[in-house]
Design a protein around this ligand. Structure first.
Ligand SMILES: Nc1nc(=O)c2c([nH]1)NC[C@@H]1CN(c3ccc(C(=O)N[C@@H](CCC(=O)O)C(=O)O)cc3)C=[N+]21
Length: 296
């Protein structure tokens, strides 16, 4: 048996087709949704990711605003740029590309983002709204990578209701935030969060209907950890030189042989990465739709 592929490129293409139509409707109402990125320094991987976000946003008709500061920018300079984007009516949502240089106070910068313009959906106010509300629709940005994971499953016909999801890794981007979405009444999943303090990770993983691997540890999820037929989503990004080609490449958290046991596997690259970008754009389009009175 070999697993069905949860193809993030195909699912994100479908989302982008839908978004392009929503952008066209917004333009009929006189609004062009604008997405901005803030990049501090010139890390090559960050430049690659930021470039992808702009190309894809422009391809669906959005405005894209690319702001850059040097690696030695001060806290005050970054905060001044945040204030500028908060006040800019052409910028409906934006992200500060992470990680930031070590001398900067990341938390203080992220908290300064106007929660309504928080394209990542990770502002404390937006996470707080998720914590406080399990039932009714939320009219503020949602964490985009968790949203991407869930959309990837749903668009492949996977029903999360009553399923046991085991998450590996307690980073804010996925681990600590995805359970807030999955345990909402609309999805009704049961969630276990594992981390470096977990004893016997393998025992937890073998119980899982769905594994979300977001530890950032190359191949931490191996075939012997996976219940036959389970869905395995690979969110890990480890950049290393490939010993065969000598070139830098991305390794996921999921060992390639997992496809022999699992029922569904998201490839990496080609899985959750493209979904993150699609849901980032979705968050920004939704801000513009709210401002135009087209959604709650
Ligand atoms: N504030 C903030 N928000 C982020 O969402 C954010 C961030 N900072 N910092 C870095 C990470 C990383 N990230 C990725 C997005 C898309 C792909 C993606 O689409 N990858 C392609 C491959 C791209 C390639 O390496 O060629 C794929 O998986 O198929 C990967 C990684 C968003 N991040």
């Amino acid at each position: 048996m070999t697993a069905q592929v949860l193809d993030g490129k195909a699912a994100s293409a479908a989302i982008k087709t839908e978004l392009a139509e929503r952008v066209a409707v917004l333009k009929e109402h006189g609004v062009t949704p604008g997405i901005a990125t803030v990049l501090v320094g010139a890390d090559p991987a960050s430049q690659l990711y930021v470039g992808m976000k702009h190309r894809q946003s422009e391809a669906i008709g959005m405005n894209s605003i690319q702001r850059e500061l040097p690696a030695d920018a001060t806290q005050e300079q970054v905060e001044a740029l945040i204030d500028e984007l908060n006040a800019d009516p052409t910028c409906h949502g934006y992200i500060v590309q992470l990680p930031l240089p070590k001398h900067l106070d990341t938390d203080r910068i992220l908290e300064r983002i106007d929660p309504e313009k928080d394209a990542d959906g990770l502002h404390p106010t937006n996470l707080g709204r998720l914590v406080l509300n399990v039932n009714t629709p939320i009219s503020s940005p949602l964490p985009c990578t968790p949203r991407g994971v869930i959309e990837l499953l749903l668009r492949n016909g996977y029903d999360l209701n009553g399923k046991h999801v085991v998450v590996v890794g307690r980073g804010v981007t996925i681990g600590r935030s995805i359970g807030l979405l999955l345990t909402r009444r609309e999805y009704n999943a049961t969630v276990t969060l594992t981390h470096t303090g977990t004893t016997d990770l393998g025992a937890h993983l073998r119980e899982a209907d769905v594994i979300v691997a977001a530890a950032g540890v190359k191949h931490i999820v191996r075939p012997e950890h996976v219940k036959p037929g389970a869905a395995v989503l690979d969110v890990g990004v480890t950049r290393e030189d490939d010993p065969e080609t000598g070139k830098s490449r991305v390794y996921g958290d999921v060992h390639p042989d997992v496809v022999e046991v699992a029922g569904w596997v998201s490839p990496n690259p080609g899985g959750v990465g493209p979904m993150t970008v699609a849901l980032l754009m979705t968050n920004v389009v939704e801000v513009a739709e709210r401002q135009a009175g087209l959604r709650a």
